[in-house]
Design a protein. Structure first.
Length: 255
């Protein structure tokens, strides 16, 4: 029979393990695993669902020997995000983003400050909201901001300034008070920082230019739009780049 002291010690040990899992900092993944994940993420537009899921499954297997490391779930959420983004069918995309969000939530459960978990949750919520419609997008705004703020508090340059880009886009796209917290001044602040973090990224250039125009500084925007319009697109970035080129052309025509 277990004594009261032994029972107490068992409960305290379990509590310590749970708290460690909840608030632990992510341990970086082994370099070979992370490099493979990076390669799949970089070339996702050219890859089949099976190829992306094969890497997700490999992460699941590797995770078994390091079950408290949130980075495995965070990186799986990253790949599941791109799996969803690749899908041409809106209803399937919505469901796949839901799966990515669930995996990101698992990372966050292991570590509330998980950078990858919070970032890819915000990304998936944003894209899913666009597919579901305006009301859903408004409902997702606060959790997107909360997740992104967690990322920015730790690494402002994460994913080439993409957290600042997310916040900038969020403040730009949302209506202002009383409907939501849209704010063009804050949008420009974040997009300026995104550009500063990675000035060679087309996305940082085109959205920075858009906010310069929106804030009455159109004369400054031309060089950033020209950079995007003249950018040499890699085959693996063709779909994403098409979005940036379309916006850059529209903005340039209106200057």
């Amino acid at each position: 029979m277990i004594s009261p002291i032994e029972m107490l010690m068992t409960l305290l040990t379990a509590l310590c393990i749970a708290m460690t899992a909840r608030f632990a900092h992510a341990t970086p993944l082994p370099k070979d695993i992370l490099q493979t994940v990076d390669d799949v993420a970089e070339k996702h537009e050219l890859l089949s669902d099976d190829k992306i899921m094969a890497e997700v499954n490999l992460l699941s297997e590797a995770e078994k020997i390091d079950i408290t490391n949130d980075e495995y779930a965070g990186q799986k959420a990253r790949l599941l995000f791109f799996l969803a983004k690749n899908d041409k069918d809106k209803e399937r995309r919505i469901e796949k983003y839901h799966v990515a969000i669930a995996e990101a939530n698992r990372a966050i459960k292991l570590n509330a400050k998980s950078i990858s978990g919070n970032f890819w949750k915000a990304a998936a919520l944003g894209r899913q909201g666009l597919d579901k419609g305006v009301l859903n997008a408004l409902g997702n705004a606060t959790p997107i901001r909360e997740c992104t703020e967690i990322v920015l508090a730790q690494d402002e340059k994460y994913e080439k300034g993409a957290a600042h880009l997310t916040m900038g886009r969020l403040y730009y796209e949302l209506p202002g008070w009383p409907l939501s917290f849209g704010n063009n001044k804050k949008a420009l602040e974040h997009l300026t920082k995104a550009y500063g973090a990675a000035p060679l990224e087309p996305s940082n250039n085109v959205y920075y230019a858009q906010m310069l125009i929106k804030n009455g500084r159109g004369a400054e925007a031309g060089k950033y739009l020209d950079y995007v319009l003249n950018f040499q697109t890699k085959p693996e970035h063709k779909v994403e780049m098409a979005e940036h080129l379309k916006l850059a052309k529209e903005l340039k025509d209106d200057l």
